[in-house]
Ligand binder design. Structure first.
Ligand code: NAI
Ligand code: MG
Length: 365
């Protein structure tokens, strides 16, 4: 059967790195490894310029019907002054919200050829392969009340509210346990039950889901602050980490820096199973933004985007073998010494976006 993709390239380097994904889609189709069909749409500033909104209802309907959305990046100084509701990021936020993408998967993987270049001790990061699962649609970023009140005596009071319901913790825990099962069978849950009620419930619900459904997976609980310390001190002790929206935001950025450049980091955001397609709603995107400083110059590193497409193969299409092929092709291109500017050591020769994309495609061939 054919897999239906929606490609939303966005702004800045988004279209440049998306071009390299299209190469791989063509290659997979040509080799008969899969049958992909794709549609494209505007998002972010590009959509604002054409339609005065950052994503159209028509594109939202296509995203809803697609088996997976592949997203580039949005934003840039050109749209700094557009109204808040239609700013480029609003398009991405609407996709996440309307598709109900509650599980954000951020792998932190060290490519062997780059372990040496890491700013951290080589033995710490060599062979690192961990997955952070961050709850994305609840917690303190969305909880009500969320206010700033003038207290009238020259003082103001700001309130953010951390809220989690059982079902929200259950569903993110299930995603994390299922991932652990396909990896090294270990899950670490992080919260702060010592000072937060949401931490108490989080701990309780994750433990219940473990007891009921995932007894075969090793579960550990860590307090999020000392967990963060462990992540830097001895990251290889972890396999999958599951945590809430706020802690996940911080911990995933910390984990990212163990592995190197923004240009290398992939992500997936997953939601409920779509009754129409019987697939999990999913959006795959690089962690980086639109990189206006290098946009249009052919210098962007396409690896984060290509690795995100690899995640789509693994998590939306059950094509683990083909996903491994993509990851191995990236490793092989790096092992050949090929470097875009962002990952090159001082004085090392560099190549551009197209050359890196071509080299990865060649390795797959
Ligand atoms: P950024 O990620 O776009 O760039 C940060 C730095 O990393 C820049 O020096 C850039 O050149 C470099 N970089 C990023 N991706 C790279 C790649 N693939 N290859 C080589 N170098 C790369 O973040 P910044 O500068 O904070 O934001 C720029 C714009 O992107 C803003 O409008 C921001 O709102 C937007 N943004 C969008 C995101 C998204 O679409 N999900 C995420 C983050 C930022
Ligand atoms: Mg962040």
């Amino acid at each position: 059967a054919s897999h239906k993709l929606l490609l939303l390239a966005g702004d800045g380097i988004g279209p440049e790195v998306m071009t390299e994904v299209k190469k791989l889609i063509d290659l997979f189709n040509k080799k008969g490894l899969a049958q992909f069909s794709f549609d494209e749409g505007l998002v972010g500033g590009a959509c604002y310029d054409a339609h005065k909104v950052s994503i159209t209802d028509e594109t939202m309907a296509k995203a809803d019907a697609a088996d997976a959305v592949i997203f580039g990046a949005v934003g840039g100084p050109k749209w700094d002054a557009v109204p808040y509701e239609v700013r480029p990021e609003a398009g991405l936020l609407r996709l996440r919200k309307d598709l109900g993408l509650y599980a954000n998967l951020r792998p932190a993987v060290t490519y062997p050829a780059l372990a040496e270049a890491s700013s951290l001790k080589r033995e710490l990061v060599e062979g690192l392969d961990i997955m952070i699962v961050r709850e994305l649609t609840g917690g303190v970023y969305f909880g009500e009340p969320k206010t700033i009140t003038d207290l009238g005596n020259g003082q103001k009071r700001a309130v953010d509210t951390q809220v989690y319901d059982t079902y929200e913790i259950e569903r993110i825990a299930r995603v994390a346990f299922e991932l652990a099962r396909k990896r090294r069978n270990k899950l670490t849950s992080m919260e702060k039950r010592n000072v937060m009620k949401t931490g108490v419930l989080w701990n309780e619900v994750v433990t219940q889901v473990h007891n009921r459904e995932f007894k075969d997976v090793t579960l550990e609980h860590q307090l999020a602050d000392s967990g963060g310390m462990q992540l830097v001190k001895n990251p290889k002790q972890f396999d999958v980490i599951v945590t809430d929206n706020l802690f996940g935001d911080l911990l995933s950025d910390i984990a990212a820096m163990l592995t190197g450049s923004l240009g290398m980091l992939a992500s997936a955001s997953l939601g409920e199973v779509n009754p129409k397609t019987r697939k999990r709603k999913a959006l795959y995107e690089p962690v980086h933004g639109s990189a206006p400083d290098i946009a249009g110059k052919g210098l962007a590193n396409p690896i984060a985007m290509i690795a995100s497409f690899g995640m789509a193969l693994r998590y939306s299409f059950d094509m683990g073998k083909e996903a491994d092929m993509v990851d191995n092709a990236i490793s092989a291109a790096l092992a050949r010494g090929l470097r875009t500017a962002d990952i090159a050591a001082k004085g090392e020769a560099t190549i551009g976006t197209t050359e890196m994309g071509d080299a990865i495609a060649e390795e797959i061939e």
